[in-house]
Design a protein around this ligand. Structure first.
Ligand code: 8Y4
Length: 280
């Protein structure tokens, strides 16, 4: 099983670690956008030393109440970081839901588009479909980042998420996108209660039955806070346990903040005979 991206064909027989890189204004620095870009690039280089497989670079916060950027503002933040990150010889993913940003990032040579809105914005499908071979992650979200946590009234959350991802998959196939370019993501924390997020892990096999690799992001999320009573800065152990549990249940890519610790945990899991379950 492989994930085809612009420049790299990623071998998913070993779980891949996607490291989170945020390009956000640093309120403690007065160096402006140059300093923000330098900080993000230093973080990319650190994650590479820690053994990251994919860098996921984003410029806009998804937190409820976060400022919404125009495509130009988001691009001003991302461009200097992406331009350098693609020289680091590691797959680069851009975390964006804006078609204009996708288009420009792909022109810079970015490998993957990670869209929490699953290419639902007008023009987003065309932006990725017209590009020869970029990888794509399609994630489920209920509502939008401002309203999603009041939108948790599912009948069967796993069936609904599966149905949504199946429909997005059918749509991309119809546009001529090869399956090997796609991963699917249940969208942990995006319009779901802790119980619903845990059901998506316990019943991950139902999502795998769509036949595509799964990418999942549990790192530091609030369900882990609900389970442990810990604040966001103290969720490393919980995040590692969730990453391993998702991989043991068949996930092929984990999106994490703590790359070094996740790489270690996965090494031990693999040495102990951990297997990813049936290939697609
Ligand atoms: C602490 C730190 C608490 C971060 C919450 C968070 C996903 C994603 C995000 C995901 C994919 C986040 C961009 C939310 N989550 N992309 N993006 N899958 N594909 N929250 O689960 O990390 S941002």
């Amino acid at each position: 099983m492989f994930w085809q991206t612009t420049r790299f064909r990623l071998d998913l027989s070993r779980p891949q670690v996607m490291g989170i890189v945020n390009v956000t204004p640093d309120s403690f620095s007065d160096g402006g956008q140059h300093a923000d870009a330098r900080g993000a690039l230093a973080h990319c280089e650190q994650l590479i030393k820690e053994g990251v497989d994919i860098l996921d670079i984003g410029g806009e916060s998804t937190r409820p109440g976060a400022v919404i950027l125009s495509p130009d503002e988001e691009w001003q933040r991302l461009a200097p970081v992406l331009a350098e990150a693609v020289k680091l010889n590691v797959p680069v993913s851009v975390d964006t839901c804006k078609p204009e940003v996708m288009q420009r990032a792909l022109e810079l040579g970015v490998d993957i588009v990670n869209d929490i809105k699953a290419l639902s914005a007008p023009g987003a499908e065309q932006a990725v479909a017209s590009h020869s071979a970029c990888g794509i992650c399609l994630m489920h979200m209920r509502g939008d980042p401002t309203t999603m946590q009041s939108q948790t009234d599912y009948g069967d959350v796993v069936a609904e998420v599966r149905g949504f991802l199946a429909a997005r998959l059918a749509r991309l196939r119809a546009l001529g996108v090869a399956d090997e370019r796609l991963t699917l993501d249940p969208g942990i924390g995006f319009g779901k209660t802790p119980e619903q997020n845990l059901a998506l892990l316990a019943r991950q096999a139902e999502l795998l039955s769509l036949g595509l690799p799964l990418l999942v992001g549990w790192s530091r999320k609030s369900t882990l806070g609900a389970l442990t009573g810990r604040p966001v800065g103290e969720r490393l152990a919980a995040s590692l346990a969730a990453a391993l549990a998702s991989v043991a249940a068949g996930a092929r890519v984990v999106r994490v903040h703590d790359v070094a610790a996740t790489v270690d945990a996965l090494k031990v899991w693999q040495a102990a005979g951990g297997t990813l379950g049936p290939a697609r």
